[in-house]
Write a protein that binds this ligand. Structure first.
Ligand SMILES: [Zn+2]
Length: 335
């Protein structure tokens, strides 16, 4: 439910559904892997290149794991991905830490620092996610915690052989990026994870446009919008469309749009990708006067992006990039 509400917070599109964990045809699964790798790679670049400017950072692995339970058709998932154990490596950033350490696609993950990857029922029940995603959320959290204190020893199974790999993460803004396979258009941020649907991904003309959407969602996480809206007593759901609820939600959307431009530039993406995406998307799918009061209509968003790009062009570039004004100080309470 929380994800549905946050999806509304971010995009006033068709509701964000979780009914279909994955398309199960082998070709569909191969496409899914390529799409996951694309989201991972763009997200990793945004998170690592902006790390010098983020208040909260972590050590990123540059890999996406998956769990056999995510797939409706287990036999098809095994045929495509192997899954010698319940967890396996779905995608890697080509030059990322995991790939450099020797991790390979379809390695089955057995243990982290000697502890077998086996969540308890209580650990899974405590995770605020749809049931099919809880095992992977637990494994991700376990790995992220391990990476933050020291290099991690991963025990994997590769073609039946046990292999140990030592993985050292790279500093990154704290945000994880994931693809949700569904025909609904949407993207969301829950304070930690950035999600984009496969339908939305299919709408992207190029990596700059994808970076624009991921940067907007990452901005929601970096600016702690979920916490700040909660602190301000904002009501979610239909009530969020009214009065002060809508006004403060709109304020967070404007902040996320502004920050996204700087995040894109620091990661070497063309910020004009945001303009191109919203112009095309707005013309084809925008709701015009039926737009929700929590979001600017697309023309106003495009004007906002252009205003922010002008500020960026006039700003001093430090050796590691541009200091985004919205990250320069602790975000104030929303009011
Ligand atoms: Zn948003």
């Amino acid at each position: 439910m929380i994800r549905l509400l946050l999806a509304l917070l971010c995009f006033t599109l068709s509701p964000f559904a979780h009914a279909a964990p994955a398309p199960d045809a082998a070709a569909g699964l191969a496409d899914l892997r390529a799409a996951d790798a694309r989201v991972l790679t763009i997200g990793y670049r945004l998170a690592t290149r902006n790390a010098p400017f983020c208040r909260v950072t972590e050590n990123a692995s540059g890999m996406t794991l998956h769990h056999i339970g995510q797939y409706g058709d287990v036999a098809a998932a095994r045929a495509t991905f192997g899954f010698a154990r319940e967890y396996a490596v779905l995608a890697l950033v080509a030059d990322g830490p995991a790939a450099k350490a020797g991790v390979q696609i379809d390695d089955a993950l057995v243990a982290v620092n000697g502890s077998s990857l086996q969540p308890t029922a209580a650990q899974l029940a405590a995770i605020d996610q749809p049931a099919a995603y809880r095992p992977i959320a637990w494994a991700d959290a376990t790995l992220r915690a391990a990476l933050d204190t020291a290099p991690v020893r991963l025990s994997v199974l590769r073609d039946g052989a046990a292999v140990d790999v030592t993985l050292t993460g790279v500093r990154a803004c704290r945000s994880r990026f994931e693809l949700r396979p569904t025909s609904d258009y949407g993207a969301s941020a829950d304070g930690d994870i950035v999600s984009i649907t496969s339908a939305m991904l299919g709408f992207m003309a190029d990596d700059d446009e994808l970076a624009a959407i991921l940067a907007h969602e990452m901005a929601h996480n970096l600016l702690e919008h979920r916490r700040r809206l909660n602190d301000a007593g904002i009501q979610r759901g239909l009530m969020q469309q009214l009065g002060r609820n809508a006004q403060l939600t709109l304020a967070t959307e404007i902040e996320a749009d502004r920050l996204s431009i700087w995040l894109m530039a620091n990661a070497g993406f063309d910020p004009a990708g945001a303009v191109r995406f919203w112009t095309r998307y707005g013309k084809q799918r925008g709701k015009g006067i039926f737009s929700a009061p929590t979001h600017y209509r697309w023309k106003k968003r495009v004007a906002l992006f252009e205003e922010e790009m002008a500020k960026l062009a006039a700003a001093h570039r430090q050796p590691e990039g541009w200091m985004p004004p919205l990250l320069a100080e602790t975000p104030p309470p929303l009011q």
